[in-house]
Design a protein around this ligand. Structure first.
Ligand code: ADE
Ligand code: ZN
Length: 347
């Protein structure tokens, strides 16, 4: 029963996740609940219709985001933000995720006249209560929507200043085409004064993906890259990512039409090159891959990873997190203890 043994090993493995958008965790049931509560005229009226629309969306980043934002627009109140965050931490517990860093997109909400306070207070309280109930540690990463103006990003930084203690870092997401990282050079520079950690999305197979990754390193001064797998095309970039110990948060998600998790060959090459690469779910309610246990099981099988490899990926996630050195060491010790009990020696 080798397969079952691996299934049990992955299920019970203590996990960390570094790339997940809170707005991408709305299940069909949660969508209907919020739509009803907020009396919204939403185009899809049942779980079946919601799932059909999800399956029919146009492939690629733009198609994904167009549909994503249609769904996200149902979130309106502090109770909505609270509930989705609390429910995410329940999912973490189910998946044995002990530590998570969660993206949120304030500009999408504030430009719909929802106060920044509504967003941050709902998410923050959901995180605190969820942590208390489910024993999961969580930190928040505030993303800049890259298609919006630099002024709008500065405004968000100012709105976040009274809440600085609730937010660990800054990210960059949304529509990448024609919105290179360098557009936000001044914003990241200013955010440095506020003491944030930095990451940025360089989505897969975008126009100028490799150039964007270089800009993240040299201009934005990130210590993580979200996705970033096109780095495999540039040997000099690969060496530089290794030299700087940059963490890559890849997302081998899949849709029902995909024969296997996306990009697993390139991810394996990056892993074998020795970069600090991690496996993540991105928007678990919007892909068939779902949450982390399910994703890891499929990736392990399709990439033929050993238990050692799976533990290594998870060690990378704790290592690449924005926890303190001592907190990382504690989590890694628990992980390696778990591995040792299951016959995996990482020394
Ligand atoms: N927002 C939610 N998921 C995203 C992704 N994968 N890339 C860019 N923006 C996003
Ligand atoms: Zn993402």
């Amino acid at each position: 029963m080798a397969f079952n043994n691996m299934e049990e090993f992955i299920t019970n493995l203590p996990k960390a996740e570094l790339h997940i958008h809170i707005e991408g965790t709305l299940s069909s049931e949660m969508i209907l609940k919020i739509v009803t509560r907020n009396k919204i005229d939403f185009p899809y009226k049942s779980v079946k219709e919601i799932n059909k629309a999800l399956a029919m969306r146009i492939p690629g980043l733009k198609g994904f985001l167009d549909h994503h934002y249609l769904v996200v627009s149902i979130i309106q109140t502090q109770a909505d933000f609270y509930e989705i965050t609390y429910e995410l931490l329940r999912k973490c517990k189910e998946n044995n995720i002990v530590y998570i860093e969660i993206f949120f997109d304030p500009q999408f909400h504030t430009t719909r006249e929802i106060p920044f306070e509504t967003v941050i207070n709902g998410i923050h309280q959901g995180r605190l209560d969820g942590s208390g109930t489910f024993g999961v540690e969580a930190n928040l990463i505030m993303c800049i929507n890259r298609e919006r103006s630099v002024e709008s990003a500065f405004e968000m930084l100012a709105q976040a200043r009274p809440h600085r203690d609730k937010i660990i870092g800054i990210g960059l997401d949304s529509y990448e085409e024609k919105n290179p990282p360098r557009k936000f050079a001044e914003v990241y520079l200013r955010a440095q004064e506020d003491g944030y950690r930095f990451t940025a999305h360089c989505d897969v197979d975008q126009v100028n993906s490799v150039e964007h990754i270089w800009e993240c390193l040299d201009i934005l001064k990130v210590d993580r890259i979200d996705h970033g797998i096109n780095s495999i095309e540039d040997p000099k970039l690969m060496k530089e990512l290794k030299r700087r110990n940059i963490c890559m948060t890849t997302c081998p998600i899949w849709r029902s039409t995909d024969p296997e998790p996306q990009d697993i060959r390139r991810i394996k090459n990056i892993y074998e090159f020795g970069l600090l690469v991690t496996l993540n779910t991105d928007d678990p309610a919007e892909f068939d891959s779902g949450y982390l246990t399910n994703l890891l099981m499929e990736v392990q099988e399709k990439s033929d990873y050993s238990k050692f490899d799976i533990v290594h990926f998870m060690k990378n996630a704790f290592e690449g997190s924005w926890l303190s050195r001592s907190a990382k060491d504690d989590y890694i010790k628990s992980l390696l203890d778990y591995a040792a009990v299951h016959g995996v020696n990482m020394a």
